[in-house]
Design a protein around this ligand. Structure first.
Ligand SMILES: NC(=O)c1ccc[n+]([C@@H]2O[C@H](COP(=O)([O-])OP(=O)(O)OC[C@H]3O[C@@H](n4cnc5c(N)ncnc54)[C@H](O)[C@@H]3O)[C@@H](O)[C@H]2O)c1
Length: 430
C-alpha cells in the first residue's frame, strides 16, 4: 500500500488503459511480491524506472531535408551496478516498451548475478529506410544526446533488434570523441577488432541451448531425437537451432518474417542459415515444405523456441502448442494469460529472463576484458558462459521446486531479492 501522500501509482506519462509491455512487467512483479518477505517493503522501487530520458534526434537526410526521430534511454534500476541493456531501432518502439525491456534487464542481470542494473534504449525509426550515411548520423547524434547518462561505469548499451557491431562501433567512437579518450567499455557487442569479445555473437543462442539441455534432462526428455521448432532465425534463433541440430535434435519447423517452413525429418540447418544470409529469410528454402504461418504453433515437436518478437504466444495459440518445453530466446514472447495456459497444460516454460541471459553474460565478459585490456580465448569464454548459465538455472529450478511456482516467478524471486537486498543495504540517499 502506498502512503496517502502518493496520489498515483502510475507515472503521469503512462495511461492506465495503454500500458503496453510495461503492464505485463507490472503483473509479473505483482506475482512475485508475496514471496519477497520483508523486502516487499521496497517493491515500489521495481515499479518505477530510476531514470527515463527522451531525446530528440535531428539529422540531415541525403535529400537535404531535416528529419527528427524520437529516442529513449531508460535506466530501470542501478542498485547492483551500472545500467546495462541494448538499443533497439524500430519504427514501433515506445517508451512503455523500452521501460519494460529495461526492467527485464534488471531482472536478467540479477538472475545470472552479473554486477549490473537494468537499462534499455531505442529510436523510433525503420532503419531499413535509411542510407548507411543517415544511419551513422542518427546513431552518432543519439549517442551524443544520451551521452549525459551513459558511460563505462554508468550505463553500457549493447545491440538489440536492428542494431549490430557497426552501430556499436559508431557509438563507441562518438562517446570517445566527446570525452577525449578511447572508451571501449562504453558499449558491448563491438566488433572483435575494437575491443569486442570472441563468442559474443553466438552467446545468446548458446545460453538458450545450455539451459534447454539442462531442463530437458530434469524432465526426462532425451535431447537426441527431440524435435525442435524455432520462431525467428536471426542471431538468437539461428544459433540455438544450429546447436540443437548438432546435438542430434532435428529442427523440424522454422518461422520468420518471410514465412514458415517445415521438414518432419529435420531441416539442413547450415544450408538454411546460408539461405537466410543470401535471401534475407527462410521463405523459398529448397529442403522444406511451406507451412501456413498460423500452423507453425501447432507443429509436432518436443521443444519450441520463440526467438523473434514480444507477444507471440498468446491465449489464442497457447492451447495448440504441442511442445513439452518452451525456451524463450526472445524477450517477452509469452503473455501472462498464455503463461497460465501453458502451465495448466504441463508445458515447461524457460523464461526469457534466464533463458536468453547468455548475451548479457558475455557482454559482461567483454566489459571486463575492455577494462583490463586483456582478452580471453573463445574456449575460455564459452566455458565460463556455460558455467554461469548452469549455476543460475540450477538455483532458479530449486527455488521453483521449494515454492511450487513457475520458473518465471522463481527467476523473479531470485532476481528481485538480489536487487532489493542491494537497495536495502545501500539505503536511500540523501
Ligand atoms: N541478440 C542478442 O544477444 C539478444 C539477447 C537477448 C534477447 N534477444 C532477443 O531475441 C529476439 C531476437 O533477437 P535477434 O538478435 O536474434 O534479432 P535478429 O534481428 O537477428 O533476428 C530476428 C528474427 O526475428 C524474425 N522476425 C521478425 N519479425 C517477425 C515476425 N513478425 N514473425 C516471425 N518472425 C519475425 C526475423 O525474420 C529474424 O529471423 C529479440 O526479442 C531480442 O530482444 C536478443
Amino acid at each position: 500500500m502506498s502512503h496517502p501522500a502518493v496520489a498515483h501509482t502510475l507515472p503521469s506519462y503512462l495511461q492506465a488503459d495503454r500500458l503496453g509491455p510495461w503492464g505485463i512487467y507490472l503483473q509479473q512483479v505483482d506475482r512475485v511480491t508475496p514471496y519477497l518477505g520483508r523486502l516487499a517493503r521496497w517493491v515500489e522501487t521495481l515499479k518505477r524506472p530510476k531514470r527515463a530520458l527522451i531525446v530528440d534526434v535531428p539529422i540531415e537526410m541525403d535529400d537535404g531535408s531535416i528529419a527528427h526521430f524520437e529516442g529513449y534511454r531508460v535506466q530501470h534500476n542501478t542498485s547492483r551496478g551500472p545500467g546495462k541493456g541494448g538499443v533497439r531501432f524500430h519504427q514501433d518502439v515506445t517508451l512503455s516498451e523500452v521501460m519494460a525491456l529495461s526492467a527485464w534487464m534488471s531482472i536478467k542481470n540479477a538472475a545470472v548475478n552479473v554486477p549490473y542494473g537494468g537499462a534499455k534504449g531505442g529510436i523510433r525509426v525503420d532503419p531499413k529506410r535509411l542510407s548507411r550515411g543517415e544511419l551513422e548520423r542518427l546513431t552518432r547524434r543519439y549517442t551524443s544526446e544520451i551521452g549525459i547518462i551513459i558511460g563505462p561505469s554508468k550505463d553500457i548499451p549493447a545491440p538489440d533488434v536492428n542494431t549490430d557491431g557497426q552501430i556499436m562501433a559508431w557509438m563507441m567512437d562518438t562517446y570517445s570523441m566527446n570525452v577525449g579518450a578511447t572508451a571501449t567499455g562504453v558499449v558491448t557487442g563491438k566488433p572483435v577488432a575494437l575491443g569486442g569479445s570472441l563468442g559474443r555473437v553466438e552467446a545468446t543462442g548458446r545460453g538458450v541451448f545450455t539451459v534447454g539441455v539442462q531442463a530437458a534432462k530434469l524432465i526426462g526428455l532425451p535431447i537426441e531425437g527431440a524435435r525442435v521448432a524455432v520462431q525467428g532465425f536471426g542471431n538468437v534463433g539461428g544459433t540455438a537451432g544450429k546447436l540443437f541440430a548438432e546435438a542430434g535434435a532435428p529442427v523440424v519447423a522454422v518461422q520468420d518474417h518471410s514465412g514458415a517452413i517445415c521438414n518432419a525429418k529435420g531441416l539442413d540447418v547450415p544450408a538454411l542459415l546460408a539461405h537466410v544470409r543470401s535471401s534475407g529469410g527462410v521463405h523459398g528454402f529448397a529442403g522444406a515444405d511451406a507451412l501456413a504461418p498460423e500452423e507453425f504453433w501447432g507443429v509436432d515437436c518436443e521443444i519450441l523456441i520463440p526467438a523473434a518478437l514480444e507477444g507471440q504466444i498468446t491465449q489464442h495459440n497457447a492451447g495448440r502448442i504441442r511442445a513439452r518445453l518452451v525456451i524463450e530466446g526472445a524477450n517477452g514472447p509469452t503473455t501472462p494469460e498464455a503463461d497460465d495456459i501453458l502451465h495448466d497444460r504441463g508445458v515447461l516454460v524457460l523464461p526469457d529472463v534466464i533463458a536468453n541471459a547468455g548475451g548479457v553474460t558475455v557482454s559482461y565478459f567483454e566489459w571486463v576484458q575492455d577494462f583490463s585490456s586483456f582478452f580471453w580465448s573463445e574456449d575460455e569464454i564459452n566455458a565460463r558462459l556455460v558455467r554461469i548459465m548452469q549455476e543460475a538455472f540450477a538455483g532458479v529450478w530449486q527455488v521453483a521446486q521449494e515454492n511450487q511456482v513457475s520458473l518465471r516467478t522463481a527467476t523473479f524471486i531470485v532476481a528481485c531479492q538480489r536487487i532489493l537486498n542491494a537497495r536495502e543495504m545501500r539505503g536511500l540517499y540523501p
